[in-house]
Design a protein around this ligand. Structure first.
Ligand SMILES: *Cc1c(COP(=O)(O)O)cnc(C)c1O
Length: 352
């Protein structure tokens, strides 16, 4: 075959599998165990499909106003995107343009590295400590920006706001992005720090705590100056990236606070019961403030256990190619019944 020039070679992000069996327990991609709120489903039922002949809103003002009301901020402090994955990509294009490397943990959301490579952004992966916590002292060095998920994924470990505040103070000349994809499962958001630190950008998603992974909505919150730069990036790439239906359903989700508080508290309760049960079975469980746990069993063959679970259509996330994680499972928290069934299967395996 003739060689053509200019073709890019890239290693893409590999998400968890999306198997489809009617009897499966799918706890491998941290989706919410519960459906979207009744108000979201009702808005969907009454959606006027004829409106789709027009382009969607460029400003997403309706959703921004709903969010501004919820967080007691101004609507010009938000930018909306097609999932927080898109927002994070926009953030990297907008804020990580210095010659210094950007910093993020070596064990973290796998997409950060993929974007850095894709956009030719120099980066350093900062090793987590032995106990899988972020070593914040290691971030006191020259950098072109910092990207940290809080809680971190796939560890589930959460850092208190004062720790993040120190990071912001020590790096006042670079943009610090805090990815709060899992903040609604027991953590406290650093959104109140936005007023005090002009270098802070917080990123949220509707995929995890809002049960809307399939809708693809995420957003960034910051001061109007940084938000304006993000809007320019969005307009230079895909101004209509948020579709009309998604915006309308998201507004309903923002307005369903009681429902989401309830299901997300329920998930935290199930998580604590499940972690306790895992401990009883001899598993080591990292402390989690997310809708998943990272766990390993010092005496079990994790590869064999993974296959045993798969045979029974229980799908968890396994990281056999990552040296420090190769013995760990990341298990999303499902319903009480699902986790009870998982516990029984784990017991069966360990009794063999
Ligand atoms: C799931 C996840 C995202 C992506 O969420 P989407 O809004 O579905 O694109 C971003 N960051 C972290 C850490 C995640 O776990």
């Amino acid at each position: 075959m003739m060689q053509v020039k200019g073709i890019r070679s890239i290693s893409p992000y590999v998400p968890g599998e999306q198997p489809n069996f009617s009897d499966m327990i799918k706890i491998n991609t941290n989706e919410n165990a519960y459906p979207p709120s009744p108000a979201v489903l009702d808005t969907l039922k009454h959606f006027d499909g004829k409106s789709l002949s027009r382009y969607s809103s460029i400003s997403n003002q309706k959703l921004k106003e709903a969010l501004a009301k919820k967080y007691h901020l101004q609507s010009n402090q938000f930018v909306i995107g097609n999932g927080s994955d898109e927002i994070l990509a926009f953030c990297m294009l907008a804020f990580f343009n210095s010659k210094e490397p950007i910093l993020f943990p070596d064990i973290t959301y796998g997409f950060y590295k993929v974007w850095a490579d894709l956009f030719h952004i120099p980066y350093q992966e900062v090793p987590l400590k032995q106990d899988f916590r972020i070593n914040f002292e290691d971030y006191n060095r020259f950098n072109g920006g910092i990207l940290i998920p809080n809680p971190n994924a796939p560890t589930g470990i959460y850092e208190e706001s004062p720790t993040i505040e120190t990071l912001l103070k020590n790096n006042s000349d670079s943009v610090v992005i805090i990815d709060e994809a899992y903040i609604d499962f027991g953590g406290v958001s650093v959104i109140p720090l936005i007023e005090k630190y002009p270098n802070l950008v917080v990123v949220h998603t509707f995929s995890k705590s809002r049960s809307l992974a399939g809708l693809r909505i995420g957003y960034a919150i910051s001061n109007p100056n940084l938000i304006q730069v993000l809007e320019s990036i969005k307009s230079s790439f895909n101004p209509y990236s948020v579709d009309t239906l998604s915006e309308e359903l998201s507004v309903s989700a923002v307005e369903s606070q009681t429902y989401y508080l309830e299901i997300n508290q329920k998930i935290q309760h199930t998580r604590e019961l499940f972690a306790h049960k895992l401990n009883q079975l001899g598993f080591v469980v990292l402390p989690s403030k997310t809708n998943f746990v990272l766990t390993t069993h010092p005496k079990a063959d994790m590869q064999a256990l993974f296959e045993f679970l798969n045979e029974q259509h229980v799908f968890v996330r396994f990281f056999p190619t990552n040296k420090r994680l190769e013995q760990f499972f990341r298990i999303s928290i499902g319903t009480d019944q699902e986790m009870l069934r998982v516990t029984q299967i784990l017991e069966q395996f360990l009794a063999k």
